[in-house]
Design a protein around this ligand. Structure first.
Ligand code: FE2
Ligand code: FE2
Length: 235
C-alpha cells in the first residue's frame, strides 16, 4: 500500500507547496480529497511523478474548502473520473460535479453503493454525523483508514471502521482535528486509540503541532510523520 501526501499544510519536502488542507494519492490512480488550491495540488503531484491524468477515482471526505478546493482543476485535466461524495454535499454541488466528471456516487445511497464498497478492497464508512466519510482499505495486509478532518471525532471513526470489519486498524492517516484541544483531551484521544489497537499512525493537517508531538512520543517507532511530499509504503 502506497500513500503519497500531495497536499498538506505540513511540509516534508521543501520543493513542494504547503497550504492549508489535505490530499493523498493511494497507489497511482486513487485521490483522497483535493486540498484547497488546485494549481498547487497539480504542481505537487507532478513533482512527485503522480499525474492527474492517471486518476480514476476521487474520494471526497467532506465538503469543506480545504478538501474540495482542488477538484475543479483536477477535473479540468481529467473528466474520466468517478467521484464519491458524502451526503453532506448539497444537491447543487453534486449537480455541478456531475457536469464536470463522468460519474458521481453519493456514498450513502444504497442503490449505488452496496455494503459501502467502492471497488475491490476500497470501502467508505458512509457519512458519519451527517458531515464526513472516511476511506477504508481492507486487504490481506490489514485495515487502513484515511480521514480528512475527522470532524465526527477520530476515536468514533476508528470505532466505526473496526465495527464494520471486526479487526483493528493497521494504519491510520489524515487530519485528526485536535489542533484546538487541550493536552488532557489529546492524551485521552491517544490513549483511546491505543486501547483500540491502532498500530501505525500519520497524524497531519488539522491534528495540530502539540498533538503531533504527543503522538510521536506515545506511538514511538509506530509514528510515521506526514507533510506534503511524504510517501508512505505500508506493508
Ligand atoms: Fe480540513
Ligand atoms: Fe473540515
Amino acid at each position: 500500500m502506497k500513500f503519497s501526501i500531495v497536499f498538506d499544510n505540513y511540509q516534508a519536502n521543501e520543493e513542494l507547496e504547503a497550504h492549508w488542507g489535505f490530499a493523498c494519492v493511494i497507489g497511482r490512480s486513487f485521490l483522497f480529497d483535493t486540498g484547497s488550491y488546485g494549481s498547487a495540488l497539480i504542481r505537487n503531484m507532478r513533482k512527485m511523478s503522480l499525474y492527474p491524468e492517471d486518476i480514476l477515482d476521487i474520494f471526497i471526505s467532506h465538503p469543506h474548502w480545504d478538501h474540495i478546493g482542488g477538484l475543479p482543476e483536477i477535473l479540468d485535466v481529467n473528466r474520466r473520473t468517478t467521484i464519491c461524495v458524502p451526503n453532506s454535499c448539497s444537491k447543487k454541488y453534486v449537480e455541478f460535479l456531475s457536469s464536470l466528471s463522468e460519474r458521481v456516487v453519493i456514498s450513502d445511497s444504497v442503490e449505488s453503493l452496496q455494503n459501502k464498497k467502492l471497488f475491490a478492497d476500497f470501502y467508505t464508512t458512509g457519512t458519519i454525523n451527517k458531515i464526513e466519510q472516511s476511506l477504508i482499505i481492507n486487504n490481506e495486509h490489514g485495515l487502513f483508514l484515511v480521514v480528512g478532518c475527522a470532524h465526527p471525532g477520530i476515536v468514533n471513526i476508528v470505532r466505526h471502521a473496526q465495527h464494520m470489519f471486526k479487526k483493528p486498524i493497521s494504519y491510520l492517516i489524515g487530519g485528526f482535528h485536535l489542533y484546538n484541544k487541550s493536552k488532557d483531551e489529546i492524551y485521552k484521544t491517544i490513549k483511546a486509540l491505543k486501547e483500540l489497537d491502532v498500530e501505525y499512525v500519520t497524524p497531519t493537517h488539522c491534528t495540530g503541532d502539540l498533538a503531533i508531538e504527543m503522538f510521536k512520543d506515545e506511538f514511538k517507532e509506530n509514528f510515521i510523520s506526514g507533510g506534503v511530499g511524504r510517501v508512505i509504503e505500508v506493508k
